[in-house]
Design a protein around this ligand. Structure first.
Ligand code: NAG
Ligand code: NAG
Ligand code: NAG
Ligand code: NAG
Ligand code: NAG
Ligand code: NAG
Ligand code: NAG
Ligand code: NAG
Ligand code: NAG
Ligand code: NAG
Ligand code: NAG
Ligand code: NAG
Length: 719
């Protein structure tokens, strides 16, 4: 029997912690009181520095000017406290500082949350034995290294040092590892990549009351550590889904376009997504329909320039990301009421976007604000691709709320964007779209990956774009030339989807392996647990958009794109809405891929296995749903057989046959011949992209529609 049936499905039906499949990969802690794991470095005279770590025992004595840098071995976040058992006198001081990357370890401050310098050290005057804790406004949302600095003569003895983990505040203290989703493959790098993405999203889920206050944003002295507080309130609930737990600790809609699906595919944390989305909609200008660049906090004091800027800035794309966020929330919750409640806001917002469309059929973007790329304006390909995609999404949502009045105009606008973009922006020599109609040299990453996601690019163009993008990869990742020398894991997360959609799963897998695993996890400057927001093509941890390298966030939800890529594309579990799905495995050269997740309306699971005879793909979808199975044509002569049964809500097997008949189960058989077997690089039974020449040909995939939710086994055996 397959692990899918014996372990994974059993786990999905049970609430017991031990049953979470592949829990050994989960990085979230099993409880909230966390002691450091290791001593990274000691300065000066410290006796038994490791005493307060998980592996140590006994007290730690700081003698004269000395410091210990403790290593949690992964990114964590929360409130630090310690117990002093003795001190030489009542005029001792201990200073606490934090950093995500080892690059910023310093007794003089933490890595940065403002635009300049580093964040100030938190000083404690040690008057004698007792418990000392940071104030709640100093909840440090993400750090791996914790530095304790003793700056005086005399001594201080610590008997305990801990961080109270504050992420996922609304989950039970012992429930942080209760994932509803899992992923596993024969590639250990990808397994780590998936779980680090899920954990990144967890760390980004912070207590609603520990939002950024950006209090020292106007600081100008690069040598003067800045004041930092985390005490604004972000949502009308207990949690908030932010861009990053160190900073900005604000609700940014970019994340709703890519990491929100990852949240559902790993922890199904619907309430946080809903509260955060609500705050984005609450900041909508009800006259124009404009949605904010980022959500205004519910309460922040004092006000600051950045929050005020957020009230007036309009970003064409971030506006659309909030609309796409509503769609993503609806897909995985089936919450029709919430969709209905926000439908007028959605329409108002979409109409505002359409007001930028000119006689060419394309939107002319007049605001430069985007994901901190350059040259965002005019008939921009990224903006128009995202607008087309949002229009197509709007049509599906309109059917769901039975408001069909705009469907024709939205459909026409979508078609017009696609044809205008292909006339004005496609460069056949480069096999890429150019950034806008006034540039000849810049072919952006963002617009090209979105042209595939939106369907502006045809199948043949998608194949060509996928190859052209891959040809630009550097040793540390996929470049985003529209942002100087940036590598953007945010945009590259969309690039992963683009390669899958272009029928090139191996490119997505290769990119996840060398960019996310080899660099973003394994480089020693990283946290080996959460994903950095951006860096330089040279591998320098310099994000070209920022002057201050210490400011870079090493835990950014927008970099967690592989969670969606692996569960949805590699394992093939595409959820369209609460009643509809597509199963389409794209494993590339992986020989085992397994994923599953549970959302409010049911559970999904799939397993792909290369066997001695060929390939076996088993999948399971909720009773009462409907879907399609898509198989990439196998690179061999052989036989495909599909056996399935759909289960009724009562758990009884309800035997049906595809296309009519009863009491026979579902059976489907097909003989396949690969016309280009000799030129195909794919071994018998290993699925993969068909040769490029066949991509748009009808025989490059096999589609079986109208499958009822249930359990299916697909076997491909080679002749
Ligand atoms: C700490 O300081 C006190 C007071 O000066 C002294 O008695 C004690 O020996 C010191 N402890 C250590 C371990 O140095
Ligand atoms: C440890 O000492 C080195 C060398 O003096 C110094 O550069 C570094 O900042 C110190 N680190 C800490 C955490 O005190
Ligand atoms: C130690 O740090 C505290 C807090 O910044 C400061 O008040 C004190 O003067 C420092 N002591 C020495 C000896 O530097
Ligand atoms: C909404 O946008 C209009 C036009 O830009 C502006 O005049 C108005 O002040 C905005 N309203 C709010 C509440 O910001
Ligand atoms: C945040 O903390 C600072 C410093 O204690 C305080 O002045 C400010 O009022 C607080 N703001 C909020 C929103 O609680
Ligand atoms: C068009 O694209 C180029 C290259 O990105 C950029 O320099 C230019 O500013 C863009 N035009 C507008 C109007 O934004
Ligand atoms: C876009 O609109 C701006 C402002 O109305 C205008 O100056 C610019 O020429 C337009 N760009 C294009 C490509 O039409
Ligand atoms: C769900 O998606 C399917 C396939 O696109 C569609 O036929 C169906 O109408 C959708 N259901 C709802 C409620 O939107
Ligand atoms: C839309 O109409 C269908 C069929 O009349 C109905 O089942 C469904 O509940 C309606 N949905 C909403 C959101 O009103
Ligand atoms: C197409 O791209 C090439 C670079 O690959 C560039 O040299 C050429 O000028 C571009 N053509 C147009 C019409 O933009
Ligand atoms: C990184 O984390 C993984 C667990 O996710 C661990 O097995 C590995 O040893 C760590 N690498 C380093 C260099 O610590
Ligand atoms: C999968 O293909 C990549 C190259 O695209 C190669 O590096 C890797 O070794 C292959 N893995 C297996 C298991 O064949």
């Amino acid at each position: 029997m397959h692990r899918l049936q014996t372990v994974a499905l059993a786990a999905l039906l049970s609430n017991s912690a031990s049953a979470v499949p592949y829990a050994e990969y989960i990085l979230a802690p099993s409880q909230r009181d966390l002691s450091p794991v290791n001593v990274y470095r000691t300065n000066g005279t410290v006796i038994n520095a490791a005493g307060v770590t998980t592996s140590g025992s006994g007290s730690t004595i700081f003698n004269s000017v000395s410091a210990v840098t403790y290593d949690y071995t992964k990114n964590i976040g929360g409130l630090v406290s310690f117990i002093v058992s003795s001190s030489s006198d009542s005029e001792q001081y201990l200073g606490i500082s934090f950093t995500e990357s080892s690059m910023w370890i310093s007794p003089d401050g933490s890595d940065a949350t403002q635009n300049i310098a580093i964040d100030e050290t938190l000083w404690f005057r040690i008057t004698g034995p007792g418990n000392y804790s940071v104030e709640p406004l100093h909840d440090r949302g993400a750090f791996r290294y914790l530095n304790v600095y003793h700056n005086t003569t005399g001594n201080v003895t610590l008997s305990h040092l801990q961080t109270y983990f504050t992420a996922m505040p609304h989950f039970p203290d012992d429930g942080l590892r209760e994932y509803t989703g899992y992923f596993h493959s024969n590639d250990e790098k990808l397994n780590r990549v998936w779980y680090a993405g899920a954990y990144t999203d967890q760390l980004c889920t912070i207590p609603s009351t520990s939002g950024n206050s950006l209090v020292d944003l106007d600081a100008t002295d690069p040598n003067m550590p800045t004041v930092w507080w985390s005490n604004s309130t972000l949502t009308n609930g207990s949690s908030a889904f932010t861009d990053g737990p160190k900073r900005d600790k604000l609700i940014w809609p970019g994340d709703f376009a890519i990491s929100v699906p990852g949240v559902f595919l790993s922890t199904d944390d619907a309430i946080t997504v809903k509260l955060s989305l609500q705050q984005l909609f609450a900041s909508q200008n009800t006259t124009t329909g404009a949605l904010p660049w980022f959500a205004q906090p519910v309460y922040a004091f004092p006000e600051n320039g950045f929050l005020n800027l957020g009230k007036v800035v309009f970003s064409f794309n971030y506006h659309l990301f909030t609309l796409l966020g509503l769609h993503n929330y609806w897909i995985y919750t089936g919450d029709d009421e919430y969709l209905q409640n926000n439908w007028n806001r959605f329409k108002l917002g979409l109409n505002y976007s359409l007001s930028f469309v000119d006689e060419t059929g394309l939107a002319n973007v007049t605001s430069s604000f985007d994901w901190l790329r350059e040259g965002m304006g005019g008939h921009n390909i990224e903006a128009n691709s995202i607008l087309k995609h949002t229009l197509d999404v709007a049509v599906t949502l309109a059917y769901a709320v039975n408001d069909t009045s705009h469907i024709e105009s939205w459909t026409n606008a979508s078609t017009a964007i696609a044809s205008a973009a292909n006339i004005l922006l496609w460069n056949d020599t480069a096999s890429l779209y150019k950034d806008n109609d006034t540039t000849t040299s810049l072919h952006p990453q963002d617009g090209n990956v979105w042209s595939i996601i939106s369907g502006i690019a045809s199948a043949n163009q998608s194949t060509a774009i996928s190859a052209a993008l891959a040809a630009r990869w550097g040793p540390y990742g996929a470049p985003a030339p529209e942002a100087g020398t940036t590598v953007s894991p945010f945009i590259t997360g969309f690039e992963l989807q683009a390669h899958y959609l272009a029928g090139q799963p191996q490119r997505a897998i290769d990119l996840m392996r060398f960019m996310w695993a080899d660099f973003m996890l394994d480089d020693p400057r990283m946290t080996n647990s959460t994903y950095i927001e951006g860096y330089d093509v040279s591998g320098a941890l310099h994000y070209p958009a920022y002057a201050d390298d210490a400011r870079i966030s090493h835990s950014h939800g927008w970099s967690s794109g592989p969670v969606l890529a692996l569960s949805t594309f590699a394992a093939g579990l595409h959820v369209l809405n609460k009643t509809s799905w597509v199963a389409h495995p794209q494993p590339g050269n992986l020989t085992e891929v397994e994923a599953g997740f549970e959302v409010g309306y049911g559970s999904f699971a799939a397993e792909y296995l290369v066997t001695a005879e060929g390939v076996k793909y088993t999948f399971s979808t909720p009773a009462g749903t409907k879907g399609s199975l898509i198989l990439d044509a196998p690179g061999c002569k052989g036989k495909i057989s599909i056996v399935g049964s759909n289960t009724a809500g009562d758990g009884k097997v309800q035997r049906t046959e595809h296309g009519g008949g009863r009491d026979k189960g579902f059976h489907w058989n097909k003989q396949v011949e690969n016309q280009e077997a000799s030129s195909s690089p794919w071994k018998c039974g290993v699925w993969g992209p068909s040769p490029a020449s066949q991509r748009s040909a009808s025989d490059s995939t096999i589609t079986i529609d109208g499958l009822a939710g249930g359990n299916y086994t697909v076997e491909i055996t080679c002749a």
